[in-house]
Design a protein. Structure first.
Length: 136
């Protein structure tokens, strides 16, 4: 029960932070990613704020055996860099650069009912589904 409430509150705070920070505005994100023409460095403050919050949290939690609301930490066991990882991360980066949205901000931007955000979410969910049929 507490895990679900904490997850909801965390998600709401994260979504509000992304919206206030401008991460749900595709043109702002693209202006940040475009370092060669009219670069907008303002999103550095969003990243800086996130880092300022997370670093002390990691320090405080580094010696814990388990999270507060879970039975264990979920840490990936594979350290292999393979073709699937490179292709997936490349597609993620290219899509982010072309559209100006990544999954977190796209989900937050649903509240604004922007057609681009809705199309992005539908495409993202379709991509999740289609990965079951792609063998690399």
């Amino acid at each position: 029960m507490y895990k679900n409430i904490f997850s909801l509150i965390s998600g709401l705070v994260f979504g509000i932070g992304l919206t206030i920070g401008g991460m749900t505005n595709p043109s702002k994100v693209i202006a940040f990613l475009n370092i060669t023409n009219n670069w907008d460095p303002s999103l550095i403050f969003v990243m800086g704020g996130a880092i300022a919050f997370v670093l002390p949290s990691f320090y405080l939690l580094k010696n814990k055996e388990k999270p507060i609301f879970a039975s264990s930490f979920q840490i990936p066991s594979s350290k292999n860099i393979n073709q699937k990882l490179i292709l997936g991360s490349s597609m993620f980066g290219i899509g982010w650069g072309m559209i100006g949205l990544c999954p977190g901000p796209a989900i937050s931007s649903i509240a604004f009912l922007q057609p681009l955000s809705i199309l992005f979410i539908i495409s993202m969910m379709s991509g999740f589904y289609l990965t079951k049929f792609i063998k690399i």
